[in-house]
Design a protein around this ligand. Sequence first.
Ligand code: SF4
Length: 245
Amino acid sequence: MTTVKDAQKQAESPQPADPDRLRQLAEEAGRALEDASALDVLRWAAETFGPRFCVTSSMEDAVVAHLASRAFPGVHVVFLDTGYHFPETIGTRDAVAAVMDVEVITLTPRQTVAEQDAEHGPRLHDRDPDLCCALRKVRPLEEGLRGYDAWATGLRRIESPSRADTPVVGWDEKRQKVKISPIARWTDADVEAYVAEHGVLTNPLLSDGYASVGCAPCTRRVAAGEDARAGRWAGFNKTECGLHL
Ligand code: SF4
């Protein structure tokens, strides 16, 4: 019988762990860590997966990267550079790399925006955002995560109905990896308190009417009372880029 200890041992090795063992580990840890603090969840991830664990960040803020750097100094922070980011987002990434004890890994799509325009026509994001996200986000992340057994996100349950059931530790069936959302239970006030207490870097656009920051062509400011993600892909029946589906 596979035990948690066996799965942890395999996950700690430099080779990819067996998916069945990782799945069992995710299920057991999901139950055990549901009420744990975000820092304790990340300490568990660091001890369990070591260098086969990374954090992903959209550079909306650096809360999870900051937490992870406390649990695992030098942790890899993976950023998807779609070629469509606001300058403020790239600036936030560069500031995180400069001042935090993390290693920022920037992933890029196979094609530049110009190459994509040549193949699919300009402004694919206006005509087929699902395909654009698949090419510029989903595929690069799948390729970039191949060297890891577990990844952490900044997903929070209150962000949108589609994120309401986000587990703190779960199984990413699509990528066959452990998916960790250490601040899944956090409220907006929890985030603000952590940012204030630790002086965490945040994207300047959050102070300029944007409640959620994604690619520039697909992000607008939100009005008072609107859902935080209402400014993403406005006009489309789309709320997620596919990274978390
Ligand atoms: Fe393309 Fe918009 Fe998706 Fe960015 S968010 S990858 S620009 S469709």
